[in-house]
Design a protein around this ligand. Structure first.
Ligand code: ZN
Length: 243
């Protein structure tokens, strides 16, 4: 089964549409959370995702804050403003959809979490020390996470708990071997790994391959919508440089 893996769409419809077009035909869609927050199209993105009937759809910290399940004060100022704006525009129906999503889950050999298997909503797995600790918090061979907005692969080495950080080679299917992995597809709607293109991945659970991918999208379209909505300038600017 060819599965489209998306995470951190963050209400960026232009980026999400570019990913869907670039991915081509897939058998299923799996979303690792943060569908809303930061961006100008929360209702459009939730509707688009729902229409795809994802096999798994998780909630993230921005989704939870929008729902009032996390304190908005725990976020930085710009994120708070975007969350408060999202609260004012999100329809009751889409709000109910987000409220029904768990922050973690499982699909066959894959443990799924928005942030980390240890702390599914909050922890950032950005370094090998944090990744190594998290390998003890799931029992499947592989774990998929989002949240950092950086496409990455952490590989456990041996049994002493150490691990490597591998940077993905885009557009090249990568064989899932015997070593345990924590895989992050990066962010569709707000990349933060110095590459402004939308990030996603294709998982083939039969061929057992992970293909990290990037696709350019009309950033200025999203930025114009953000200006119309009065979203913070810094959030608008950062889309241009992917940081
Ligand atoms: Zn996010």
């Amino acid at each position: 089964m060819r599965i489209l893996i998306v995470s951190d769409i963050h209400a960026n419809l232009a980026a999400f549409e570019a990913v869907l077009a670039d991915a081509g035909a897939v058998d299923a869609v799996l979303c690792l959370g943060d569908i809303v927050g930061y961006g100008p199209d929360p209702n459009e993105c939730v509707a688009r995702l729902r229409a795809l009937n994802p096999i798994v759809s998780l909630s993230g910290n921005h989704d939870w804050a929008t729902l009032g399940k996390l304190d908005v004060e725990d976020f930085n100022g710009d994120a708070q403003k975007a969350i408060r704006w999202t609260q004012t525009v999100l329809t009751p129906d889409h709000r109910a959809y987000l409220a029904g999503l768990p922050p973690d889950g499982r699909l066959g050999d894959f443990t799924l979490a928005h942030a980390s298997p240890r702390y599914p909503v909050w922890e950032y797995i950005l370094d090998t020390v944090t990744a190594a600790e998290n390998f003890e918090h799931f029992s499947t061979p592989y774990c998929l996470v989002g949240h950092t907005h950086a496409a990455s692969i952490f590989q456990q080495i041996g049994s002493n708990g150490s691990c490597d950080l591998l940077l993905p080679e885009y557009g090249v299917p990568w064989g899932l071997g015997k070593q345990r992995l924590i895989l992050n597809p990066g962010s569709v709607g707000q990349p933060r790994d110095a590459d402004p293109r939308a990030a996603y991945a294709i998982l083939d659970d039969e061929a057992r391959t992970w293909e990290a991918r990037r696709v350019a999208y009309p950033i200025e379209q999203t930025q114009a919508r953000m200006r119309e909505a009065g979203l913070p300038h810094r959030l608008i600017a950062r889309l241009s440089y992917g940081w």
